[in-house]
Design a protein around this ligand. Structure first.
Ligand SMILES: [Zn+2]
Length: 406
């Protein structure tokens, strides 16, 4: 058995073992700093030590294993992903990136440059309703304001960290102040595109930028029996036209996704014409200029729909995150490694956010996606086959060997 096949077998076993570490027997849940999250970090720390790595804890709960380089004082390469999960999660989201990094180093052994493998303490944001807490802490983006956010039990982030002894003065990884080669993250795709294409792995062009809007339409609530159709100002019928316009807009560009996921209406009675509707709009594209242009066009269409129906339109931009492009040079090297495994050089945008978003504030980033069955994620049936995990491992090993030569 060759070294990669052996490491791939161990990787599959470790995914299963880590998937058993949960706060809720019978379902996988590991939220920020929960007993299971800490136990998972301890388990992965032991595997890091077996590889000869030095293991440390960051004051934000993230662990890192450092494999020293063989060629003197070079900037480190960072690999990894997150160890927390959503509630009733799958075993692969996050964990696969951390464990594939360890499996790859098991195959390659020490490289010329140091390698840091990171297991972030929080990406999903379940406990504090704030995402990327682990990676934010590592790049100095966790300000004093964030320390005051509280979980459902009223415990502040500062108190939760203090309980673990991670007060001021505790080790901080401070990647914002250190020169690093790059951060490279392997993750399950969490979508169905690779499955549709019949491909096991691909590179990632960018993590999509996102606009979130709250949209309101005000018409006139009236009696459903006595108000003739032609004089109605039905806010829900107007919202329906807007939602179909958003769907058409989303279909007009293959890289755009537009979703209305939540809708509230008043008065909300079977015999009343809806007078007021509020709905959300989630709008994502890997290119910020395209996202802004298409969103502008869609909002103009909303205006026209509202005017045509005698409705008052109001919208609020609740959140806007710019796209995070992956480093073109590194991505080419990843595609070289992917081509050797799949024969193709597939590149997809990521519609979902990842720790790479935060790490990109301090260094170049690149990502690899591994196919997952039915595109299912954040669900107990989440699954990546042993062959697909092995393909991801081969890509990472090939990439590491390639960049070690230059
Ligand atoms: Zn994830």
């Amino acid at each position: 058995m060759d070294a990669i096949t052996q490491a791939a077998g161990q990787l599959a076993e470790r995914i299963e073992a880590l998937g058993q570490v949960t706060d809720t027997p019978g379902a996988l849940t590991r939220t920020f700093l929960s007993p299971a999250n800490l136990a998972a970090a301890a388990m992965v720390s032991r595997w890091m030590e077996e590889l000869g790595m030095t293991v440390e804890h960051d004051a934000g709960g993230t662990i890192r294993g450092i494999l020293a380089g063989t060629a003197g004082d070079l900037p480190p390469l960072l690999l990894g992903s997150h160890l927390d999960t959503v509630i009733d999660a799958g075993k692969y989201d996050g964990a696969l990136g951390v464990l594939t990094a360890l499996a790859a180093l098991q195959v390659t052994g020490p490289l010329p440059f140091p390698v840091h493998v990171l297991g972030f303490s929080d990406e999903e944001g379940v406990r504090f309703h704030a995402t990327y807490l682990g990676s934010r802490a590592c790049v100095g983006q966790l300000g004093t304001e964030a320390m005051e956010i509280r979980d459902f039990a009223g415990v502040s982030l500062a108190e939760a960290l203090g309980k673990e002894g991670w007060n001021e003065g505790a080790t901080r990884f401070s990647y914002e102040d250190s020169a690093c080669l790059a951060y490279v993250e392997l993750h399950i795709e969490q979508g169905r595109v690779l499955e549709e294409l019949g491909e096991a792995v691909c590179g990632v062009s960018a993590i999509c930028g996102q606009s979130r809007l709250a949209v309101g339409l005000i018409g006139q609530a009236d009696h459903a029996g006595t108000t003739p159709m032609e004089i109605r100002r039905d806010a829900l019928a107007g919202a329906a036209a807007c939602i179909l316009a958003a769907e058409r807009c989303g279909r007009s560009d293959p890289l755009l996704v537009a979703t209305v996921g939540k809708l509230d209406l008043r008065p909300g009675a079977s015999n009343a014409i809806p007078g007021e509707v509020k709905f959300t709009l989630d709008f994502r594209h890997p290119d910020d200029a395209c996202r802004e242009r298409l969103l502008g066009e869609l909002l103009a269409e909303f205006e026209a729909i509202a005017a045509d129906r005698g409705l008052k339109l109001a919208w609020d931009l609740v959140q806007a995150n710019p796209a995070v492009p992956c480093d073109p040079g590194l991505t080419e090297r990843l595609l070289d490694a992917i081509e050797l495994v799949t024969g193709g050089r597939r590149l997809l945008p990521s519609g979902a956010g990842h720790d790479a978003v935060m790490m990109a504030t301090a260094m170049p980033v690149a990502m690899v996606f591994v196919r997952c069955r039915d595109g299912l994620s954040h669900h107990p049936d989440e699954y990546a086959s042993p062959d697909d995990m092995a393909a991801g491992l081969r890509v990472l090993v090939g990439f590491l060997q390639d960049i070690s030569k230059s």
